[in-house]
Design a protein around this ligand. Structure first.
Ligand SMILES: O=C[C@H](O)[C@H](O)[C@H](O)COP(=O)(O)O
Length: 264
């Protein structure tokens, strides 16, 4: 049976999801909508499935992994794999969860091992809407929150000892090869057949390009496929959300945009 604290988090996610969908799902039928992964996206998909069918029946929904594909199937929403998005076409809105979000909307994602697919969908979306609960809010990234395992980094399996050493040289204080589930002997294998290194770095200072500097250093290591930093820096946009919806403990939904928190 769920505890009172678990119930509080679940209802915060649900309310934030409903508010985000009501506000950002297009008012005329969109061609493509991106669907992220995790426990919060379950509520987003339920809210989308409850919309008037005229808004969803001609839409193709692009999943970011096995779990979100199954969710779309359960709700009879039409699926399109991201590699079939025609070149030059954009996704109207991508909805997703997050593990940690800073005051500038930079995120850590990948707790569910779907960060690569999530990023390739996010960067092709005209609008990227993140939905989360109050536990995910932090002032600066890598501040201990409920996401103490750090940045998930997807690596080609044969490279993991090398990448581990390079991450430590970059300042990581802990690098853990993510284990598989209870019934899996050996590491977690992503939907792309890769491993994940959960890497704790010291809290990032506030300031221009601190997230970008770390992100680019990680991405520069041979063997790294992608990392869970979704951000924007002076060299470009790398998946920072357009807006974040957060279900709060008091039943309110707070909205964070690039310029700061919107007044309730
Ligand atoms: O790989 C997984 C994702 O980045 C999820 O969106 C993230 O872990 C948030 O998940 P949840 O909604 O379960 O907190």
């Amino acid at each position: 049976m769920a505890t009172a604290a678990e119930d509080l988090v679940a209802s915060a996610k649900k309310l934030a999801a409903a508010t985000a969908v009501t506000t950002h799902y297009p008012k005329s039928p969109p061609k493509y909508i991106g669907i992220g992964s995790g426990s919060t996206i379950v509520h987003v998909v339920a809210s989308i499935a409850a919309l008037d069918p005229s808004l969803t029946s001609s839409t193709k929904f692009i999943p970011t992994g096995f779990q979100s594909k199954q969710l779309l199937l359960q709700h009879n929403l039409e699926i399109l794999d991201i590699d079939l998005l025609p070149p030059g076409e954009n996704i109207s809105v991508a909805f997703d969860g997050a593990d940690e979000v800073d005051s500038q909307l930079n995120c850590i994602k990948g707790g569910g091992a779907c960060l690569f697919q999530e990023k390739i969908v996010a960067v092709q979306a005209e609008k990227f809407v993140v939905v989360a609960d109050f536990r995910k809010i932090s002032k600066t990234l890598l501040t201990p929150t409920t996401w103490p395992s750090g940045i998930p980094i997807e690596v080609v399996p044969s490279s993991y000892p090398y990448v581990t050493a390079k991450l430590q040289a970059l300042g990581a204080t802990q690098v853990v090869l993510r284990p598989g589930g209870k019934a899996k002997a050996g590491p977690c294998v992503t939907d792309n057949g890769n491993f994940l290194l959960d890497s704790v770095f010291p809290t990032l200072k506030e300031g221009e390009d601190v997230v970008q500097d770390l992100a680019e250093a990680i991405k520069g290591i041979v063997g790294v496929v992608e990392h869970g930093l979704f951000y924007e820096g002076s060299s470009g946009w790398k998946g920072r959300p357009t807006v974040g919806y957060f279900g709060m403990e008091d039943g309110a939904v707070k909205v964070l945009e690039k310029g700061g928190w919107l007044a309730a």
